[in-house]
Each structure stands twice: as C-alpha cells, then as structure tokens.
Write a new protein. Sequence first.
Length: 163
Amino acid sequence: MARAIVLRQLTNSPKSRLQLARKLAERNVPDDVAEAVLDRFEEVKLVDDADFADMWVRSRSQSRKLAKGALRRELAEKGIDEHTAASALEQLSDADEEAAARELVGRKLRGFTGGEDRAERDKITRRLASMLARKGYQPSQAFRIVGEVLDEAVAGAGSEPDF
C-alpha cells in the first residue's frame, strides 16, 4: 500500500522525500514502513532530493521568475536541506536573476507612456518593487531595477517625464 501511494504521488509530479513522508503519514502508514519504502525508493533513485531541488529551481525560476530567496524558502518548505538547496541555487546566476526581474517589470510596463507626474511614478515604483519583493528579490535590488527599467521606458517613449 505504501509503495502504491508513493508511486501515485511520483506519477503526478516529482516530490521531495519529506513531501512523500507527509503523504504517507496522512494515509496512516506506520513510520517504520514509510521509512523503509522511502529508503528503497532513494536506493533505486526514484526519490532524489538533489535532483528534485535542481528541477524545482529551474522550473520556478523560469516560469515564475522567482529570486533565490523565494526559491530557498520554497525548497526549505519541501524539506530540502540547506546544503542541497544552495547547490541547486548555484545554477541560477545573479545575471539570470536580474534579467528575470527586468523582464517582469518590463512586462508590467507595456504601454507605459512616460508622461506621468512624480506622484504617479512613485506609486508605480512602489507597486513594481513590491511585486519583485513578493518574488523574493531584495528591496534595494528591486527599487534599483524598477528605477532603471522605468527610465528606459521613459526614454523609449520619446518624452521627458514632467518631474
């Protein structure tokens, strides 16, 4: 029964060992049985937290444009230890992270005319920096990127801001 539960869970999507252990506990599988089944699945490489962490970082950084901080938190919630998480996060460079943030801000600024007054620009800056913060970007980095992308948008609109 425990084997079937784990196999069904892995069929849906890759899972960490902790996620599978939690699912087995939900289904009232005795701890010793759960440990034995999970050990066997690790032995045959069907459960591998390092592979899971690598895949998670690639997927979430590309699809959701999450920063390393948010990815680190998500991996911890999934039971991935700090060392394994740090190793998985190495595949994401600072340049990749910044490019993702710029893309997010640029996407939100489509159609931006650049003619807003100072109060409007400040409001847009706060909203965009907050969006980046929710995705795990550091506040200083978020405000810097938003300011730079806003300046580019204003320059690209061909008009000078009136502030």
